[in-house]
Design a protein around this ligand. Structure first.
Ligand SMILES: [Zn+2]
Length: 395
């Protein structure tokens, strides 16, 4: 796109910029794929093209900082059984591993591409994608290679669960050694599922330390099912994010509040496993930075909808609508250590959503209702034919 685009007639602009978060009766100018100006519509500068938002609200594109999109197979039966009374143990991950190992690259890429399109259509313009359903050197590597086509935010999660045919210590050595070496060229981040039945504190530390040494940033699946060392390790090691944070001690809350580690909450997982939600209020009141993400995965949270997570956060986790939209945009960007997305301030990538609503509050007020009117990604309007987005769209 050449020239400048003015979006005016914005009923309420949620900028995500802490310095001026909300602007009523606003306008925004896009220049060369970036936000060039925001402010009251009455003071908007001229531009080459004009888009009339018709009184609708505009928000930054959602930043989904936690998703598992490269996999094959289906876990409908497991969900159905769980909703009939069986508890969630995390053991079902191995079912997806078997299906993923048996799938060709084209099948995996098509599935992941489909989910990314599903996200785009719902206003998500940045997504992190993890490996973790390969659990062998070659399968983890190819899952990450597929992910790199779709996003810059790729995460090596070889330490998702110990494969059923391997000894835990031998597997940790493999993950921190040969597997990391093969995967690091395709990954920006390293992640570990630190949980009873997955990886303990020492194993988590060993893998994260090796990943950081290989040039990757750290993030941790921490304290999802039980209290444990995950959050503490994430804060100590300077991880960008501790994800889940469902079972926290007071010391964990303090550690998150006094570190640069974002607390990423994934209420889709609690919803889909019928589990108690994290206490977002406690984290926010302590001063922690909170992000919301989908945890989109076939086992414990098969939603790609950030709007749904916002609604859950407000209804079930006592977040205000403002705190929830902030966590789904600005918070997600902080969890990925990004300053070019997650807000609409001068110089940011022009990733934005025009909502079919007068305010972002409707995301929680009207749960389950499709409220996306138009999505701009890098200043580019994604047309209705969102099944075939431009090939240069990398989220
Ligand atoms: Zn996850």
């Amino acid at each position: 796109m050449t020239g400048t685009t003015l979006i005016d007639g914005i009923g309420l602009l949620y900028t995500g910029d802490p310095e001026r978060e909300e602007i009523p009766d606003a306008a925004l100018v896009i220049d060369d794929g970036q936000v060039a100006w925001t402010g009251p519509a009455s003071r908007a500068p001229d531009a080459d093209e004009r888009v009339d938002a018709g009184g609708r609200a505009v928000i930054p594109g959602f930043v989904d900082s936690h998703a598992h999109l490269v996999f094959a197979g289906d876990r409908t039966a497991e969900f159905q059984a769980r909703m009939s009374g069986e508890p969630y143990t995390g053991g079902g991950i191995r079912t997806t591993v078997a299906a993923t190992r048996g799938a060709g690259d084209a099948e995996l890429a098509t599935r992941a591409f489909g989910l990314v399109n599903e996200m785009l259509a719902q206003g998500t313009t940045t997504v992190e994608i993890k490996s973790g359903y390969g659990l062998s050197v070659e399968d983890e590597r190819r899952c990450l290679e597929i992910a790199t086509v779709l996003t810059d935010e790729t995460t090596f999660l070889g330490a998702h669960v110990v494969p059923s045919d391997m000894d835990a210590d031998a597997y940790v050595r493999l993950v921190a050694g040969e597997m990391l070496e093969a995967c690091a060229p395709y990954a920006k981040w390293v992640d570990v599922f630190c949980e009873r039945g997955a990886f303990d504190g020492d194993q988590t530390r060993e893998i994260l330390t090796a990943g950081v040494k290989a040039g990757l940033g750290a993030r941790v699946h921490a304290n999802q099912l039980t209290e444990g060392p995950g959050v503490r390790i994430a804060c100590e090691i300077g991880a960008a994010s501790a994800d889940h944070c469902t079972h926290l001690t007071p010391a964990d809350v303090d550690a998150l509040a006094s570190s640069g580690t974002v607390a990423t909450l994934l209420p889709g997982a609690e919803f889909s496993t019928r589990s108690p939600y994290p206490d977002a209020r406690r984290l926010l009141d302590a001063g922690a930075t909170v992000a919301l993400a989908t945890d989109c995965n076939p086992g414990s949270s098969f939603t790609s909808s950030m709007a749904f997570c916002v609604a859950l956060a407000v209804r079930e986790m006592r977040m205000t609508p403002l705190e929830a939209i902030r966590a789904a945009t600005y918070g997600g960007a902080r969890a990925l250590r990004r300053t070019d997305v997650g807000w609409l301030r001068r110089g940011a990538r022009a990733d934005l959503v025009i909502l079919d609503a007068p305010s972002y509050v409707h995301l929680a007020y009207r749960p389950g209702v499709p409220l996306v009117h138009q999505v701009f990604h890098g200043g580019l309007l994604l047309e209705e034919d969102i099944q075939n987005p431009p090939s240069d769209v990398v989220l």
